[in-house]
Ligand binder design. Sequence first.
Ligand SMILES: [Zn+2]
Length: 424
Amino acid sequence: MDAIAAAHVITRSGVVLSPGWVGFEDGRIREVAEGSPPAELETHRGGPHSVLMPGLVNAHAHLALGGLRHVADDLSFVDWILSGLMPAIEAGVRRDGFFEAGALASANELLAGGVTTVADSFFRLEGVAAMRKVGLKGVFFREVFGSAATDDREYLESVGRDLDLLDEGLGGFPYGYSPHSPWTCPPAVFEEIAKRARREERRLSFHLAESGAEHAFLTRGHGPIAEVTRERDQLHRYDIGATPTAALNDRDILGPDCIAVHCVQVTEEDIELLASSGVAVAHCPVSNMKLAEGIAPVAEMLDAGIEVALGTDSVASAGTLDMFSEMRAFLLTQRAVHRDIDRMTASRALDMATRGGAFALGLGEEIGTLEPGKAADCTLIEADRVRHGPWHDPESVVVWTATPDDVALVTIDGQVRYRRGDRP
Ligand SMILES: [Zn+2]
């Protein structure tokens, strides 16, 4: 196939060609134009209600947790992670093929949901194998913890040996590091991993200010995380007295090479720190609400000039890897909180789910919009059901009424990687 034609082509949020087409060659977009493609091009032609758009970019997920959907749906954050997720992951480690199957399920779900690039975080490599198998693009963030160890130096030596093997294990797949969060990764460990990332010019992605318990622990030494840490006699390893964001800033960890995931519990000063350090934020509204942690102050972050992308997190927290739900959840929550619509438009949501994600991953020159020279990563939607009409604006249709079931075709580097009907 050399081209895709559609009733509407959203080249980037706010720019729509109706009708339009995208031509590609050797995996790159060669031409984007209004009208119909030349007859000599082998063209996939979308229907009268088709929308072609840049492939969605999921800025935060854990592919290998695909087998943990519904394992702890009704637990609040600290119980969910300590009593639900951790034991399930430990059990998964003992089961052959558990993470492999989960990662493959996640990769297929992402692709069938119009996602072409994903930021995948985990401490094992099954997600990368799954992405390679289905042809999904991504950046892998190798998770680092340390809170269950008793000594920072010892843990760093042991995890360092594993990180030294990543280059060989990943065989050229792009990767960075993920010190898991300021409470699961003690500050000395966090700081060393950040230094390592900078020495190697790799990106960092970490959960930040996700929960009230994390905030209470790091700012005041109170709450359920503080209790667990005190019981383990590990409190001395943490910097208590600053917000999670300020604590990372104090150790020079924040920078434009960072994706801070969640940022629900951030103060005005924290938002200023995130903005001045150039951190990109991965907003995961469905996960935050499902875990009853609240709503991130995204409008304030955008006002401060922070680049905000959208992510799902894993199916263990969000239930699905559906980026259409995330776009809607973002708009609904921000509109509800601020009682303001002006800045919270479908166009904004689509921008965050495409160009914003590409920027956060450092891939802004490569993906995120449909323009000549970029990778031919395209998602075609057929919005031809009763619930889509009547039509007014393609971006509204995509953001307010489309679902993964409406994704008809996905190309990555010009190769068809998903076609509706070819169910994995
Ligand atoms: Zn996560």
